[in-house]
Design a protein around this ligand. Structure first.
Ligand code: DP6
Length: 327
């Protein structure tokens, strides 16, 4: 195995406007519904993989520190698939760096596993298409399937491992952006995997989630095509709140909100009352993300700055797809 194809690969994180919340198959990470996200420029991961005959085990060095077996496990799913495709047995060293604008725990499995899929396949000499990369990234983390692309991407649930892949939807080259409010929270969250399992198995509302997600998806794609921020934002906000309502309706119930999340959600209402088209979304954690006009990011930032510290606010614009970095 030659090592000269080892290159740094960069992938940006994405935030879902129509949430993926529930799996049909945990091993293959097949989702219960199609989801749709926007890739953002503010957060990304750079990863390089080196297959090395002198290694007895795979190793993962994240931001300069060797990671333990838990973090390595997801990465090894991707490495093993790549080794199988390339017909090699060599172990690998993964070097990875997360670029996040604050220290508030915003590193994302979406950008991490997408960058790994790109870097590992490149290092193994595989020439994969974007669709094939999306399928590979999906096996590490579902949301990573969408981070192959810039702008808006839709992860099609498909019918099997073969056709459950993300595709690009819109380059997001219009007036849309996102502002993150990082709220303080010390709780140990329910993992996405556990949260999804619990809602699929126990929420009495799960059927309603599936049917309404399909309707939301059709409507949001029209809104995106029309560059209609208001409708896009309203649908995204409802999708997020429905996902969080599923969590409240699970047995046992759980939620990702801290008191400060509720305060931040109120700010969104206040900004709307002030006339700004601003809509919220939230994921499996307490942070609140504001969907807004990219051209109003600075203005909204200045308003929020009265209530938040600088390191709690992050502005983001639509980001590009995966990139191979030249040395
Ligand atoms: C709430 O992709 O992290 O962000 O497939 O189990 O690794 P696994 O889950 P992950 O879940 C993301 C859930 C979400 C919604 C979304 O990104 O669509």
């Amino acid at each position: 195995m030659e090592n000269n194809q080892s290159k740094w690969v960069r992938a940006y994180t994405n935030i879902a406007f129509i949430k993926y919340w529930g799996k049909k198959n945990e091993e293959f990470i097949l989702p219960q519904n199609n989801s749709l996200s926007l890739t953002l420029d503010a957060f990304y991961t750079e990863t390089k993989v080196t297959f090395d005959k002198n290694l007895d085990n795979d190793i993962l060095i994240l931001d300069g520190e060797e990671e333990g077996p838990n973090a390595l496990k997801k990465a090894q799913v991707i490495l093993d698939l790549v080794r199988e495709m390339a017909g090699i047995k060599t172990r690998a060293r993964i070097d990875s760096k997360n670029f996040v604008p604050t220290a508030a725990g915003l590193a994302s499995s979406a950008s991490g596993l997408a960058a790994l899929a790109g870097a590992a396949s490149l290092a193994a000499g595989l020439d994969l298409s974007e669709i094939e990369l999306s399928r590979l990234a999906r096996r590490g983390s579902g949301s990573a399937s969408r981070s192959i692309y810039g702008g808006f991407a839709e992860w099609l649930q498909g019918t099997s491992d073969e056709d459950s892949v993300a595709v690009p939807v819109d380059d997001a080259d219009w007036d849309i952006g996102m502002l993150f409010i990082i709220v303080d929270d010390n709780r140990k969250d329910v993992s996405s995997t556990e949260g999804m399992r619990r809602v699929v198995e126990t929420s009495p509302y799960y059927d309603g989630w599936i049917s309404s997600a399909a309707e939301d998806l059709v409507a949001i794609k029209t809104a995106i095509a029309n560059h209609d921020l208001k409708t896009t934002g309203e649908i995204a906000e409802r999708s997020a709140l429905k996902m969080h309502a599923l969590n409240l309706s699970a047995n046992p119930p759980f939620n990702y909100w801290s008191p400060d999340s509720i305060v931040a959600m109120r700010k969104v209402t206040e900004l709307r009352e002030m006339g700004y088209p601003v809509y919220l979304t939230m994921d499996a954690g307490p942070n609140v993300k504001l969907i807004c006009k990219a051209s109003q990011l600075e203005e909204i930032y200045a308003i929020l700055k009265k209530d938040y510290r600088e390191e709690q606010l992050v502005m983001a614009k639509p980001g590009p797809g995966m990139q191979i970095l030249e040395d």
